[in-house]
Design a protein around this ligand. Structure first.
Ligand code: NDP
Length: 248
């Protein structure tokens, strides 16, 4: 496991499946970890649960599609914990539908939460990281952003766009000790995927060479590595972890 003693990490969407595993992985490696929430009750229950496992994760209310709310959250995190060294842009949603039936509301919601959030959150942390000469930014995209997926024009556009953001920002901050990478998970057994009807889920699993869904902890371990000192030479890259479902 990486040694992240003394590092401050902000993970968006930490109360969800993959985000929660990332929070725990970084906290176990010694980082002080904060996350944001929309649903206070859910977040407080989750915070209690992880505290019982021995991890103190700070929670802050902020919608990642709201620029001002993100700025306020980051100021508060930095006032409480210190300057942010690690940012994991993980919060995300799906609003699926075939394109001919895709509504503007579904399109806009996915763009605001999956794409605008990159600007809304990262904009407030990247300068500080550059000035201090160290930083790690990891954007959680998706295998479907790499390969495309029927019924997900909005989601796949947002996730493919995420990697463009990664590559451009990585070039801007590489000399400042800040790395920016994308992690593209395949199908992971979180609520998002378990909400897919069982017969469709079984068809998905049949198309995954390792013949199972991934685990949030597996994605979290990759994120943990990318946050480490040893990963300092990795930047602008898109790391796939998808059970062999898509090989590029
Ligand atoms: P979950 O639905 O379990 O968690 C999503 C998290 O994002 C929740 O904490 C949710 O908070 C938060 N969130 C959503 N919208 C907002 C918002 N507007 N402002 C703040 N927080 C928000 O999803 P997963 O853990 O499965 O997915 C995490 C990331 O991984 C996503 O970006 C997803 O696209 C990506 N991914 C997931 C895969 C999978 O198989 N599960 C595969 C590939 C990629 P709240 O509950 O309060 O809404």
């Amino acid at each position: 496991m990486s040694n992240l003693e003394g590092k401050i990490a902000l993970v968006t969407g930490g109360t969800g499946g993959i985000g929660a595993a990332i929070c725990v992985n970084l906290a176990a490696a010694g980082a002080k970890v904060a996350t944001n929430y929309r649903n206070k009750e859910k977040a407080e229950a989750w915070q209690k649960e992880v505290k019982a496992q021995g991890y103190d994760i700070m929670i802050y209310q902020a919608d990642v599609s709201d620029y001002d709310a993100c700025e306020a959250m980051i100021k508060q995190v930095e006032a409480d914990l210190g300057p942010i060294d690690i940012l994991v842009n993980n919060a995300g949603i799906t609003k699926d539908g075939m394109f001919k039936k895709m509504t503007k509301d579904k399109w806009d919601a996915v763009m605001k939460i999956n794409v605008d959030s990159l600007f809304n959150v990262t904009r407030h942390v990247v300068e500080g990281m550059s000035e201090r000469g160290w930083g790690r930014i990891i954007n959680i995209a998706s295998v479907n952003g790499q390969k495309g997926q029927m019924g997900q024009t909005n989601y796949t556009t947002s996730k493919a766009g995420m990697h463009g953001f990664t590559k451009s920002l990585a070039q801007e901050v590489a000399r400042k000790g800040v790395t920016v990478n994308t992690v593209s998970p395949g199908y992971i057994a979180t609520e998002m995927v378990m909400a897919v009807p069982e017969d469709i889920r079984n068809q998905i699993i049949a198309g995954i060479p390792v013949n199972r869904l991934g685990k949030s902890e597996e994605i979290a371990a990759l994120v943990g590595f990318l946050c480490s000192e040893e990963a300092g030479f990795a930047t602008g890259a898109d790391f796939s972890m998808n059970g062999g479902q898509h090989m590029s």
